[in-house]
Design a protein around this ligand. Structure first.
Ligand code: ZN
Ligand code: ZN
Length: 599
């Protein structure tokens, strides 16, 4: 098996670029305060590709950004020194109180409450940008605003953001900017953004007629058209073909369950606010399932198991439901009904490692097919926050060791990330890099010793005693919706032949040749009854139908008229290549016969 998982640490940016980005955030706040002295200051952190700053009491639109950007350039040109002082929290609080800055006051109060010994000094950092601006800040700046590359930054957009991400707190105005170490990187970034915009899956999904949304059904609930459903099914069939090879069995489960199931699993407590609740007419409480694991567990626990019968491997492609906030929803990437290609392995400890490896093999084969190289992250628990997780320390250490061992044996570079584990176990997260170089989190493998304990899952060992069951959660695509959005943008809508919802269009030059076109279609179907081939003899000019086919990214357009009938052939237009000439039908058939599945 070929190995795709060439692993590099998460995109590394240098400290210098981080400092540049963060310094721009200060300069941005200074510029905003100049025009809008009453604006309240939130926070201004570094993010991927740039920075943002949040402001209260600020009503502006995108049209105001050029003016603010201009002011930022002026300020930066003033060669102001960034200087940090430590103030007592009382002094800092008095300062921000006088300036009517409630968010800064709250941040100071929280700093005093922190358990982090390093921060708990009673002193807070105050950072001057020369004499133009003073902000509460830990640090991370350039020395002087003259170091800021003024041709390598840009304010990009504004957005609403709740203070501290809490929907019950005030909505602030967030100004986003991008910033890089040099002009060239900014240009590359903007170019990539433009290309990404062209490939936006929401736009492509509509153009290619793959999915739609309905006001009546509700936001975040995508509806898949016949073509979109074809793509979904092909992807799912592919995953199933791999699962089958690795000994999985399909199971089927309902979409709701009693509250008690999720109380036992821990989901009720953890995801209270994201669950869709249902009360029956008899007053019983149910929830739409937010995960499939507890259902699969109930299938497993239908009987007693001996070591001989393990592992049991259950797979379902099924929907789960999360009550996401409306503002967070986006196309297929963030939805309320999510189709998971979910699977759970129930095994003993000794088998855990080989099961994880076998899932990894499937991932390699799957992502290879799409030329989506994988990076790996080992997500561990945050030992400082035991309350966020189920189970005891030893159990966690055991589970984490297993994943570490597999990752090391696979000889991949992986990054460890503390605090990214699920509440029931550590996991391997797989990130795919698409054709634009963007990274998307896709698959996961999770080792879980906690949920089996909560449901008291055991098996009879060779020695005849009851032992703990280890559970492995895995999804190959993650979610079909999200994976489809990634593929659409990765291929710019031009799916490979095996995955194209319509593979071949036959275009008769005029009505007269429709019969021959249908004849060709029949011959192709005889070759392979699964071929998705359509005769397009709509009442349009040939030129227009060819353009339609190109817009719909159909892999092959076959044009037939007098000459083609005479030669018992077709004239072929191949996607991306244009006219590749006339050929006998047998020749074309030979050409696409190479079309094995999944290549
Ligand atoms: Zn700062
Ligand atoms: Zn699961």
């Amino acid at each position: 098996m070929q190995k795709t998982a060439e692993i590099v640490s998460l995109r590394e940016i240098t400290q210098r670029v981080k400092n540049i980005r963060h310094s721009f955030a200060h300069v941005l706040a200074a510029a905003v305060k100049k025009f809008y002295p009453k604006a309240e200051l939130g926070i201004g952190p570094v993010i991927e590709n740039g920075f943002y700053y949040d402001f209260g009491k600020l009503k502006i639109t995108d049209e105001d950004l050029p003016r603010i950007e201009e002011e930022m350039r002026k300020i930066a040109a003033g060669k102001h020194v960034f200087k940090k002082e430590l103030w007592t929290s009382q002094k800092a609080a008095a300062h921000f109180k006088k300036l009517k800055q409630p968010f800064k006051l709250e941040l100071i109060r929280d700093l005093l409450k922190t358990k982090n010994q390093k921060l708990k000094t009673g002193k807070v950092g105050m950072v001057y940008t020369g004499d133009v601006f003073l902000d509460l800040c830990r640090g991370g700046h350039v020395k002087n605003t003259s170091e800021l590359p003024l041709d390598a930054f840009r304010l990009t957009r504004i957005a609403g953001a709740y203070w501290r991400g809490d929907e019950k707190r005030p909505m602030l105005t967030r100004i986003y900017g991008v910033a890089f170490g040099a002009r060239k990187e900014l240009d590359e970034h903007l170019q990539l953004q433009a290309e990404a915009k062209k490939r936006d899956h929401k736009k492509l999904g509509q153009e290619l007629d793959l999915f739609t949304f309905s006001e009546l059904v509700g936001s975040g609930l995508p509806l898949f058209t016949p073509k979109g459903t074809t793509v979904r099914n092909l992807l799912d069939d592919f995953v199933w073909s791999l699962r089958q090879k690795h000994g999985y069995q399909r199971v089927d489960i309902p979409h709701i369950a009693k509250k008690e199931l999720y109380e036992t699993s821990g989901h009720w407590d953890k995801f209270k606010n994201e669950l869709f609740h249902i009360t029956t007419r008899e007053g019983h409480e149910f929830a739409l399932k937010p995960m499939n694991c507890p259902h699969h567990i109930q299938i497993f626990s239908r009987k007693k198991w001996s070591f001989r019968e393990l592992p049991q491997r259950y797979a379902s492609t099924t929907k789960i439901y999360r009550d996401e906030q409306t503002g967070e929803l986006s196309g297929l990437s963030r939805v309320r009904s999510i189709t998971q290609d979910d699977a759970h392995v129930f095994c003993n400890m000794a088998k855990t490692e080989s099961e994880v490896k076998s899932i990894w093999d499937m991932l390699d084969e799957f992502y290879n097919t799409f030329t989506l190289p994988l990076k790996v992250r080992l997500s561990l628990r945050d030992p400082k926050k035991p309350k966020n997780y189920l189970g005891d320390e030893k159990t966690w250490r055991d589970a984490e060791e297993i994943l570490k061992k597999v990752a090391q044996e696979r000889k991949v570079n992986y990054v460890e990330q503390k605090g990214e584990a699920t509440f029931y176990g550590p996991k391997l997260d797989f990130m795919a890099t698409d054709s634009l170089g963007r990274e998307w989190q896709v698959a996961t493998i999770q080792v879980d010793l906690n949920m089996p304990k909560r449901f008291k899952l055991t098996f009879t060992s060779e020695q005849g005693d009851q032992r703990d069951i280890y559970m492995i959660h895995s999804a190959i695509m993650g979610s079909i919706e999200r994976f489809m959005s990634i593929l659409l943008e990765h291929y710019a809508g031009a799916f490979p032949l095996w995955l194209a919802p319509e593979q071949i269009w036959i275009l008769p030059i005029s009505d007269k040749f429709s019969a021959y076109a249908n004849d060709v279609r029949q011959k192709l179907l005889k070759l392979n009854e699964d071929l998705r081939v359509r005769v397009n003899d709509e009442n349009e000019t040939l030129g227009k139908r060819i353009r339609q086919g190109e817009t719909m990214k159909i892999p092959y357009l076959l044009i037939v008229g007098e000459r083609e009938i005479r030669n018992n052939g077709v004239s072929v237009r191949e996607r991306g290549k244009g006219d590749i000439g006339a050929m006998k039908l047998e020749q074309f058939i030979e050409k696409i016969r190479i079309f094995a599945q999944y290549s």
